[in-house]
Ligand binder design. Sequence first.
Ligand code: PLP
Length: 453
Amino acid sequence: MNKITNHMPTAELQALDAAHHMHPFTAGAELAKKGARVITQGKGVWLTDSEGNRIVDGMAGLWCVNVGYGRHELGEVAKRQMDELCYYNTFFQTTHVPAIALATKIAELAPGDLNHVFYAGSGSEANDTNIRLVRRYWDVKGQPERHIIISRKNGYHGSTMGGGSLGGMTPMHQQGGLPIPGIVHINQPYWWGEGGDMTEDEFGLARAKELEDKILELGPEKVAAFIGEPIQGAGGVIVPPATYWPEIQRICQKYGILLIADEVITGFGRTGNWFGSQTFGIRPHIMTIAKGLSSGYAPIGGSIVCDEIAETVGGAGDFNHGYTYSGHPVASAVALENLRIIEEEGIIDHVRNVAHPYLAERWKALEDHPMVGEAKLVGLMGSIALTPDKARRAKFASEAGTVGLRTRERCFANNLVMRHVGDRMIIAPPLVIKPEEIDVLIERARKSLDESY
Ligand code: PLP
């Protein structure tokens, strides 16, 4: 067998891919027929494929390449760390400088008393940690019956048994025995799709009230925590009404329920602040982080934990949980360098400046397209709802997602990566996107909408 490289013909790479690589969230047999697009290089917001096409990555990979592709400093740090100490565990009374330095930096950046980091290899793993951590916390507090976690339909918290259970994705729950016991879901704050005659503000309060109703139905003494993404990402970039989070916060406080903000997408600059919780005024007890923590240059995630939980759990003997790669030195060193780049290059200020008004105006202008209902944007995270009738916020007669898929395929053909979730189109480009690149993104998006209409 010859060495497999970028220089092989695309069809050969696709055939090997189909023969040996099982893709996540993919119908393997269907993909094998048409062949996966082979991505060979990245620089800034641009990808190159094996046919030499230059693609605007409107999704920053999977919402993660915040500092853009091709930052050689990150590779250099990884190499240096591999040479110095490629691996050591943090389980048995040992630690190392990259894990210490990164946790210290994260604690400095995180708001309030979120001062402690429990590392994981991904967002899913971090949410599994959260399930065990909050239950352990209540055990230690002498309230072991407080074990139920409330989450939301159409939320996404990962793909492990725990993460997939916290998530409220019906297609995931239909496979493989999800959800695990002790996790219940309430409705999402999706005004455009589900708000009926209510104003956005009324709807935000109504959906938050479902949390209180559920707590009272279950018994507050049984509820450990509520988890939510500040903005639902994989569910379709669903920006909650302004009334939603303050009310959720109030209800959690009233019943003494822990609040977990899943910041895997919204963390590290995406919404124009370090964390989405700051953008929405949420004061969580735990934040889930991953993706933008290392800009996807190394797999790493974690939970940022408040003083009270860390001290309670830490003061009660071993917390019997962890991963071989918790605080992996190379991933930690890369993440620290990534945070240095975000901070020193003023990337979060750049997000604010480029998002408003530049992208916001152009994004909103897509609402003049006959097929576009609402166009929402917070920082560099946006969505548009496709509809046959904006005034009625109607759904298409075809099976849900058909028009979205068609539009996504047109985008792909026009060398723009934009994702669809049902009939919502979403973007989350690298945070370093420049105004002239936004122009290309918008122009390709509009062309694709026209072709799909
Ligand atoms: N939480 C949120 C909000 C996510 O968007 C994701 C992934 O998209 C996850 C958790 C899971 O992270 P990972 O895929 O790194 O396991």
